[in-house]
Design a binder for this molecule. Structure first.
Ligand SMILES: Cc1ncc(COP(=O)(O)O)c(C=O)c1O
Length: 384
């Protein structure tokens, strides 16, 4: 079987097809399925980009590993926001979005027959990228009764001499679960004497809607010694999913290996995008973040109130722009979400699409307009 054929099937094709049929029939479908910000990138960043685009220096190949300016901005952000000191040259790498880094990391560490530990439930890319690199993903369970956090020692105990990577993702898509500094310390300690590279997908690190500020895995770490890498993204921070920019920060050897893979794959992030991203991470960052997250927080309140009135059980994760809700009445996730589409023209995501551990739950995305979220909330509340 080829590596491509080894990829798992796409679970949502039947649901996508049903949605297309409802739309073709002229139905007023409310789509709270995908997690792609509906609002535009802040105007100050769009204007900066418009100016940057006109500079001929950016019309040539960009700095492959990231411009000095961009990598310094990343180092400044890591220091100001998390108290983490990184060397902008050897410990920072520009990415074409965090997904690109996740996709390429297995190629840097995995040879045929190696394994990576991947969360069940979780974003499917960790396992898929491992398969494409010729490795085998080994799922570990995240469950609601443990607040979707693994036991660090038990997890480290799953690693054997073929395990190269361990993927975590906090704040967690789809549940919104958050890892605190104590968890990260225990997790780092648990893998400290193994050759496993600990990866945190931090795409949602700034998407916190309950007023808390999630922490970085790297806080308090010794990056000279510990084999850690954290992948960040501007996509969700500043409504910039279309721009394709993120960064990897971590141990210099891990960063160098990922950089070497990328040298054969892409030629870096468009210079004008890097220039604008450096601006976004700089001085005005907190103000921009407060505006972007404030809009989701308001929608979250509307949706939570409706779910509560209707008696749904919502997992109390305060991060990401998703709500993770238990399917009532013992139906499967897929049955419930198919019925929501058929009966109230509402698109929500069945939890099992994120792995078997998501069965019995569904995900609501808050990245549709205020009106759409309010209408979705009304429909869900009236439906029960
Ligand atoms: C958990 C998680 N990680 C990474 C990504 C990729 O984000 P990007 O490549 O835009 O940085 C996504 C996108 O939805 C995601 O949900």
């Amino acid at each position: 079987m080829s590596r491509l054929e080894a990829l798992p099937p796409y679970l949502f094709s039947a649901l996508d097809e049903a949605k297309r049929r409802r739309l073709d029939a002229g139905a007023d479908v409310v789509d709270l399925g995908i997690g792609d910000p509906d609002r535009p990138t802040p105007a100050v960043l769009v204007r900066a980009m418009q100016e940057a685009v006109a500079r001929p220096v950016h019309h040539r190949y960009p700095a492959q590993y990231g411009s000095v300016e961009f990598r310094r901005a990343v180092a400044g952000y890591m220091r100001d926001r998390f108290g983490v000191t990184v060397d902008p040259v050897s410990q920072v790498l520009a990415l074409v979005g965090s997904k690109e880094g996740l996709g390429h990391l297995p190629l840097a560490f995995i040879t045929e027959g190696d394994t990576a530990l991947v969360p069940d439930l979780g974003y499917p890319v960790y396992g898929q990228a491992t398969l494409l690199a010729g490795g085998s993903p080994r799922p570990f369970a995240l469950r609601s009764q443990n607040a979707y956090l693994p036991d660090p020692r038990a997890l480290a105990g799953m690693a054997d001499d073929r395990t190269r990577l361990l993927f975590l993702n906090y704040p967690h898509n789809p549940t919104g679960a958050v890892a605190d500094a104590g968890f990260w310390r225990r997790m780092r300690e648990a893998v400290a004497d193994t050759p496993v590279v600990l990866v945190n997908d931090a795409a949602y690190l700034e998407v916190s809607l309950d007023g808390s500020r999630p922490v970085s895995m790297l806080q308090g770490a010794d990056l000279e010694r510990e084999r850690l890498v954290e992948l960040h993204s501007l996509s969700k921070m500043f409504n910039m999913t279309g721009w394709r920019v993120g960064f990897a920060v971590g141990n210099a050897e891990v960063i160098a290996r990922l950089g070497r893979v990328k040298e054969s794959m892409d030629s870096g992030v468009f210079g004008a995008v890097q220039e604008t991203a450096a601006l976004a991470l700089g001085n005005g960052r907190e103000e921009l973040l407060a505006k972007v997250m404030g809009a989701y927080a308001a929608r979250r309140r509307v949706m939570l109130a409706a779910l509560e009135r209707a008696g749904y059980e919502v997992f109390p994760g305060g991060a990401t722009f998703y709500l993770w809700v238990r399917v009532p009445g013992g139906e499967s996730s897929m049955e419930f979400c198919s019925r929501a589409l058929a009966e109230i023209d509402l698109v929500i995501t069945p939890g099992n699409g994120f792995g078997p551990g998501g069965e019995g739950w569904f995900r609501i995305s808050l990245t549709a307009s205020d009106e759409a979220v309010a209408e979705g909330a009304r429909r869900l509340e009236g439906w029960r």
